[in-house]
Design a protein around this ligand. Sequence first.
Ligand SMILES: [Fe+2]
Length: 263
Amino acid sequence: MLLAEITDMHLMDGGVPAYGTIDTRAYLERAIATIAALTPQPDALLVAGDISEDGTPGSYALFREMVAPLGMPVYVIPGNHDAREPMRAAFAQDGYMPVAGPLDYAVDLGALTLVALDTLEEGEPYGTFSAGQCDWLGGTLATLSGKPAIVMLHHPPFPTGAKMDEIGCRDGDAIGAVIAEFNNVEIVLAGHFHRSMHRSWAGTMANICSSTAHQIGLDLAHRPGFKVFMEPPQIQLLHWQDGAGLSVHQVPVGAFECVHESG
Ligand SMILES: [Fe+2]
């Protein structure tokens, strides 16, 4: 089983540039082209939030239109720039989202179950996850009876060591306490950080995927403000092999020249 993952597309209504300068639509087009060129093709596309910059129905419609040619199931969660109800309305037709409440859901993908968590606290850059949602997470993981699962959420519930921790998930410790009770969570996937990173956490792997567009400069000194850089975007591939488990590959967005070939 092969799953592609993208995050933090920050599309605007009508595809206009975000912040007046970043052509997030063009950047997403390149990420989609990178996925479309893969062999074999992924079985599904996971999207870890901030689909939209402005939370508009038009931005979600544009996203759906852009990913449709990939011809694969697409699973989304909200980020801090998303708006819950417009997002629910835009993706309701796909049948995996709850009709009310937080956009938490689980989907059986075959060898793996995707457990998606809604950490959006509308109007705030940080994320939250309620005690009721923690109960749902624990109950959902328990029903899997040891079957491998991937947990996906937007706000990192784990420390990154960088300034971004100031706007991470405020209930991360509670999420970690639930996940640590189970040995079938293969990885925790987050977005929000706008750069790639990996760490161990709650007895499993934890990982953040790059944005498809702009990246936030690495600041381990916690200086004031955030600086945005157009560092090379990446997508992620999650490769599950029966008997060998999960591997994660970072793939730079773009088409690159092959300068040597042997064999
Ligand atoms: Fe973002």
